[in-house]
Design a protein around this ligand. Sequence first.
Ligand code: SAM
Ligand code: SF4
Length: 449
Amino acid sequence: MSETINETTKASPIKLSRKPASQPRMPDGIKTACIRTFGCQMNVHDSDRIRRMIRDAGYAEVQAYEEADLVVLNTCYVRENAVDRVRGHLGELYRLKREGRVKQVALTGCIGAAKESAELKSQYNIDLILGTHNTYELATFIGLPTMEETYTPNLPGTEDGHNSFVTIMTGCNYQCSYCVVPSVRGRMVCRPVDDILAEVERLVKSGTSYITLLGQTVDAWREDGKRFCDLLERVSDIAPRVSFTTSHPSNMEDRTLRIIGETDTIVKRLHLPVQSGSDRMLKAMHRGYKAERYRRKTEVFRDSAPGGTLSTDIIVGHPGETEEDHRQTLKLVEDCEFDSAYIFKFSPRKGTEAADLGDLVQDKVVQRRFSEVLGSVEQNAFRRNQRKVGDSEEIYIRHGRTDKGESIGETWGGHAVYVDTGAGVGEYIESKIESAGPHALYAREYGRN
Ligand code: SAM
Ligand code: SF4
């Protein structure tokens, strides 16, 4: 996987080795390309498509900018610090280009779809800017015939062997006060069920053992009276292991929550972003639900999958957030006992409603609230993870060895587990949980399946 720079503070980070593998310079005549991915899993998946194009065009993929003829930055625009990070990379690439070490730079993804990209193009001498809807135009830029049909979002990217993402919908029909996604990714488009199932079947036949269904509001998927729960059931009949992200509480049906608990092939993990525990804030954010409704959904999930894991997204410091609103969020965090959470400080994004609201929360107050929410999530997560110590668990190996030589696996409940094993990615092992921290479990292997 290319480097993914996730601009979030997650209360359960998993550290993979991010060191670029040192590679010898390619022999003369072989073109090289480097892809850097910023942001969410949607972007990781888009980068897979980009990877397929550059390989088809005869490029060898390299990990370091200095070794690349072409650099593709596939970007995130959700928060300002994500853009700052990309600016840093663009500055370095501008210098490498002037020194003749990099020949071309392309910027794709969510920044590419934003107005700001025109300014970046001239400031950093970028050769090609593409948004999320016309990524396929990269094909002609790198010398392939026009490939609009071959590389549209309906078609798969490069499979990562055992784990594959399958996009089932793009865009978003919500208008959350703070969010740029609808303006950079457009309105929701659901992929036809037959296309999705055909892709899942093909992936499983070619050796994929874990399918993750992807979309900004994945549970909003629908087609001709069919809903997400129907699709999830069909996919879980075909694939040996299934998960999905990201869900929206307004679309999450009890039936889906029940199916998660009842179906052996579905990982019992739910990522359900709540954003705030205060009804006043949820209204200002235009989230479309109240805290009580959210709580009820989580109760149905816990009841359906008692050993499962529940995670969320929370924004602190949205304009107008008072101490009482913040207390409501802390209360919700306590009640829901999240297993992990991505916590974000509000970042004003040009063109969104919240950017013009005024009534800003002071930085130092935001920082304090952020630490309080983080502390509370971590305490809850630690308590829950401690209860797992001593359990025997079947673990799916998801990632190869970390810097410390351990592999990262996943329980059927969706817990991340560090384990010392010779088993490869995609294999299952039997293990005993020996210890637990707030972010992960630590296990010992005692058998292979
Ligand atoms: N579609 C998903 C949902 O509604 O739950 C989330 C998609 S968004 C890419 C991921 C997360 O980024 C959001 O859940 C929100 O917590 C956070 N986010 C989005 N815009 C933000 C902003 N302007 N400031 C801070 N956090 C933001
Ligand atoms: Fe953004 Fe809201 Fe859509 Fe999620 S649901 S992508 S937060 S607008």
